[in-house]
Write a protein that binds this ligand. Structure first.
Ligand code: CA
Length: 442
């Protein structure tokens, strides 16, 4: 399947929602990401589509008849309080909704001309929309797909043996916790846990002293495979609803004591933050890229993880950024400071390979399931996706313009991720933000 570019990607499209046309918004009419929100003073959750600084209220648009051409089933699903029903269908249906929404929001169509007269009914200012986690996430799996992250972290924990022999064959992952996934803006409380500060003394229980973030991309699953039926690599893209930003908060001191032999547990499951907008796989079509080119000497992936289309188009050209704002910076009105940049093209495994591998034993992936990519780190010093790597496990503190230093996160620190896609011949689209502030331990 080559990336499907159609009229909805045309960079010349303009919306009757003026803020979508300014060239700087993350949400021009070429993007149209899905989210779930609650209107101010109202309880009912509803599906929304971001456009400029507004949210298209899908419930209102469906009730007004603007989606009727999609048929009663999709119209019904767009009035739901979660995206899972729409996700249960698949890419074709998501693409149909995207096409109808594009016509509805365009300045030069009959649907758009009609909708513009009903803007108070159809639009909610983003500033008044309370965003939630965009799907009912049944299962969450976190991968480890950056070879640069795996090598850097491996070198810190196992200097003699940084990259384990399975890494270049197996898309490594672990099953995470869905219940503690929160939407951007939710405060994150510093976790308590068991750590062993000195090898010669017994472990202690207390608040983590090495709290970290991990810059990741999240992938939402659509459609379903029956338990026992793997998803072949050539069909994995059909199961990929879209992507978001994801922060896999990590307590390194808890992690280093608990992770052997079964992997991370309480060091990771106290909170995971996602950005509220799911940028669909279709919106990302102009920004597809070849899969990571393995250096000479690396083994080829096994057959069940090999597909020519995935090799040619399995990557995504997404630029990521991490910003940090401390409590002191907030007090003096200083803006958040950029601390690193990530390139999602640098991942060793594609999302399709992760998805195919996950189901290769017959594991059933269900609509609304979430896959985390693993920390996005590149080869350069400015592209390390967590403080553990950036400060070399605290040995090289980060200096901030405020005069403060950081080895790990302090109470009051606010971490914000941004992500965007930019290419000649395409409209720039973005992911919004994934933000969380650390609160003191209880
Ligand atoms: Ca992770």
């Amino acid at each position: 399947m080559t990336p499907n570019i159609d009229v909805t990607h045309d960079p010349a499209l303009r919306s009757w929602v003026e803020s979508a046309n300014d060239g700087t918004t993350d949400f021009p009419i070429q993007n149209l990401p899905f989210g779930v929100f609650r209107h101010d003073f109202e309880e009912r959750l509803r599906i929304g589509i971001a456009i400029g600084d507004q949210v298209l209220d899908c419930l209102a648009a469906a009730r007004a008849g603007y989606f009727d051409a999609l048929g009663p089933m999709i119209v019904d699903m767009l009035q739901s309080w979660s995206l899972n029903a729409l996700m249960s269908l698949g890419r074709e249906e998501a693409r149909a909704v995207r096409g109808a929404t594009s016509r509805l929001l365009r300045a030069d169509t009959a649907e758009g001309t009609s909708a513009a007269t009903k803007r108070d009914l159809l639009l909610v200012p983003m500033a008044l929309a309370g965003m939630t986690v965009p799907a009912e996430i049944g299962d969450y799996t976190d991968f480890y797909a950056s070879v640069f992250h795996a090598s850097n972290v491996g070198a810190l924990f196992r200097p003699d043996n940084p990259l384990l022999p399975n890494y270049k064959y197996v898309p490594i992952g672990y099953h995470g916790r869905a219940s503690s996934i929160v939407a951007s803006g939710t405060a994150v409380r510093r976790p308590f846990g068991q750590t062993r500060p000195a090898d010669t003394a017994p472990p202690v229980f207390g608040p983590s002293k090495a709290l970290d973030y991990e810059l990741e991309i999240g992938a939402f699953i659509c459609g379903a495979n029956t338990l026992g039926d793997p998803v072949p690599i050539g069909r994995a893209e059909e199961r990929l609803f879209g992507l978001c930003l994801l922060n896999d908060w990590s307590a390194r001191d808890i992690q280093s004591w608990e992770y052997q032999p079964l992997g991370p547990f309480l060091s990771k499951n106290f909170a995971t933050t996602v950005s509220p907008w799911i940028v669909t796989t279709d919106a990302l079509a102009p920004f597809r890229a070849p899969a990571f080119v393995r250096p000479p000497g690396d083994p080829a992936p096994l057959g069940y993880l090999t597909d020519p289309n995935d090799a040619d188009h399995g990557g995504f050209d997404i630029t990521l950024e991490v910003l940090l704002r401390t409590a002191r910076m907030r007090e003096v009105g200083a803006p958040a400071v950029h601390i690193s940049r990530g390139d999602f093209q640098s991942m060793y495994w594609t999302v399709a390979q992760m998805l195919a591998h996950h189901s290769s034993n017959g594991c059933n992936l269900r609509p609304g399931d979430l896959l985390g990519s693993g920390t996005v780190s590149g080869p350069e010093a400015g592209s390390r996706g967590c403080l553990l790597e950036m400060t070399r496990r605290g040995a090289e503190p980060l200096s901030l313009p405020s005069g403060e230093t950081r080895t790990f996160l302090e109470d009051g620190d606010e971490v914000t991720f941004r992500g965007w896609c930019e290419r000649d011949g395409a409209a720039r689209i973005g992911f919004g933000e994934c933000r969380g502030e650390i609160r003191p331990a209880n």
